[in-house]
Design a protein around this ligand. Structure first.
Ligand SMILES: C[S@@+](CC[C@H](N)C(=O)[O-])C[C@H]1O[C@@H](n2cnc3c(N)ncnc32)[C@H](O)[C@@H]1O
Length: 225
C-alpha cells in the first residue's frame, strides 16, 4: 500500500487502503441524483476511481454510458455494464472525451499537491468541449466532527480519528462494522480552503461553475476556454 495508507479486514485491498469486499457491499447514496442535477442522462461519463462500481451501476441504470477507471483490478472485477480501464488516474490518456468527468470520493484531497494537480489534469484532458467535471470535496468541519458515525447498508461507518500531521495533511482513520465483518481504513488527506480548491482548478485549466449541493461538497467545474 502507499505510504500513509493502510487497511485491515477480510479480502483484497487497493493501494490506498480500500477493502474491495467492503466497497462491493456499500450501497449507493444520493450520488446519482446529484450527478443528474448537473447533467441528466443520457451522457457519456468518465468515472475516475470507480472502485467496485457502487455508483457506476446506478449511473448505467439511469442511462449514462460509463467508462470506469481504477488502479485496482480486484475492484474493477465487480463492475458490469460499463467499460472498465485499469490505470492510475494520473497516467490515464484515453482517446475519447466525455460529457461528464467524475472525480469523487474526496480524491481531490490527495496529500501531495503534485498528485492533486495530475488528477485534475486528467479531468481536464478528458472532458469534452461544453462538458463538465464533477468533483466531490470534503465538507466544512469534516475533520473536526470526529468521532462520528453513519449507517452504511446493514453496517455502521465510523470516522474514528483525524490527526493533524503538521504539514497541512491529516491522517484519517475509518472503521466499518458489519454483522459478519469489520474493516478499517487509514488514509491521508490535505484539506483545501475554497480559495485553494479554486487555485488548484485554475492550475489545471478548470473553473468552478457552481456548487451542486448547499454544503459545497459536490461541485460542478468547467474547462476554461
Ligand atoms: C474510497 S474508494 C471509492 C470507490 C468509488 N468511487 C465509490 O464511491 O464507491 C477509492 C477508489 O479509488 C481508487 N483510486 C484511488 N486513487 C487512485 C488513483 N490515483 N488512480 C486510480 N485509482 C485510484 C482506489 O483503488 C479505490 O478503488
Amino acid at each position: 500500500m502507499k505510504d500513509g495508507y493502510h487497511g485491515t479486514g477480510p479480502g483484497a485491498f487497493t493501494p490506498d487502503g480500500c477493502a474491495v469486499d467492503l466497497y462491493a457491499r456499500l450501497p449507493v447514496r444520493d450520488e446519482p441524483e446529484i450527478i443528474a442535477s448537473a447533467v441528466p442522462p443520457p451522457a457519456t461519463l468518465l468515472e475516475l476511481g470507480a472502485g467496485a462500481g457502487r455508483v457506476t451501476a446506478a449511473l448505467t441504470a439511469r442511462g449514462y454510458t460509463v467508462t470506469a477507471v481504477d488502479e485496482s483490478p480486484e475492484m474493477l472485477a465487480h463492475i458490469t455494464g460499463a467499460r472498465t480501464v485499469c490505470s492510475s488516474i494520473e497516467d490515464l490518456r484515453l482517446p475519447d472525451r466525455y460529457e461528464v468527468v467524475l472525480l469523487s470520493s474526496f480524491l481531490v484531497h490527495a496529500p501531495d499537491p503534485a498528485v492533486r494537480a495530475a488528477l485534475l489534469d486528467t479531468c481536464r484532458r478528458h472532458v469534452a468541449p461544453g462538458g463538465v467535471v464533477l468533483i466531490q470535496r470534503e465538507g466544512a468541519n469534516w475533520h473536526e466532527q470526529v468521532p462520528r458515525e453513519s449507517r452504511a447498508g446493514d453496517g455502521i461507518a465510523r470516522a474514528l480519528a483525524s490527526e493533524d500531521l503538521g504539514d497541512g495533511t491529516r491522517s484519517v482513520r475509518f472503521e466499518y462494522e458489519f454483522p459478519d465483518a469489520t474493516w478499517t481504513q487509514t488514509f491521508r488527506s490535505r484539506p483545501l480552503t475554497p480559495e485553494q480548491f479554486e487555485q488548484a482548478l485554475s492550475g489545471a485549466g478548470l473553473v468552478l461553475d457552481r456548487n451542486l449541493t448547499s454544503d459545497g461538497i459536490w461541485t460542478c467545474c468547467r474547462p476554461v476556454d
